[in-house]
Design a protein around this ligand. Structure first.
Ligand SMILES: [Zn+2]
Length: 142
C-alpha cells in the first residue's frame, strides 16, 4: 500500500472508473471463453474461491485442479496493451506492480497446493484460449 500522501484524491474520476472496472467480473472475454468451453462440453466453476486462499479463479476445473485466470491488459500490465494513466503516475506504478507481485504469489501458492495455473490475456482469441485450456485438461487427465 503506497503512503497516504501518494494516494490520488478519492474523487479522481479516472481512478473511480478504473477501480470499478477492476471489480467487474463476467468480462466480455471471460464470457466468450466460457461460452465456447460450454459448447465443447466442458463443465467448470466460475469465480471459484480457491481453497486455502482468498483468491478466486475466473474459471476452475476442480476435479483436476486447473485454475484459469483471464487477466485484464491494464490491471495485469500486458506488454502489448499495458499503460500507465498520465495522472497519478507513481501511484499507478506502485499499484500495478503490487498486482503483478500478487499474481505471482497466487500462482506459487496454488502450485504449492497442487493446482495448475493457466493465465490468459483478455486480448487473446477466445477459441485459441479454449484450445489451450483443452490441452491443459488433457494433460492433467493423462
Ligand atoms: Zn493485452
Amino acid at each position: 500500500v503506497p503512503p497516504a500522501t501518494n494516494r490520488p484524491r478519492a474523487g479522481s474520476e479516472e481512478i473511480r472508473r478504473k477501480m470499478s472496472e477492476q471489480r467487474r467480473r463476467d468480462t466480455k472475454p471471460e464470457i466468450a471463453i466460457r461460452r465456447i468451453l460450454h459448447s465443447r462440453g466442458y463443465r467448470y466453476r466460475v469465480d471459484y474461491r480457491l481453497p486455502g486462499t482468498r483468491r478466486r479463479a475466473d474459471v476452475a476445473f476442480t476435479k483436476i485442479k486447473l485454475a484459469v485466470f483471464v487477466d485484464g491488459c491494464f490491471w495485469h500490465s500486458c506488454r502489448l496493451h499495458g499503460t500507465f494513466p498520465r495522472t497519478n503516475r507513481d501511484w499507478w506504478k506502485e499499484k500495478l506492480a503490487a498486482n503483478a507481485v500478487r499474481d505471482r504469489d497466487t500462482d506459487s501458492r496454488l502450485r504449492g497446493l497442487g493446482w495448475e495455473v493457466l493465465r490468459i490475456w483478455e486480448h487473446e482469441d477466445p477459441s485459441k484460449v479454449v484450445d489451450k485450456i483443452a490441452k491443459a485438461i488433457e494433460s492433467a487427465r493423462a
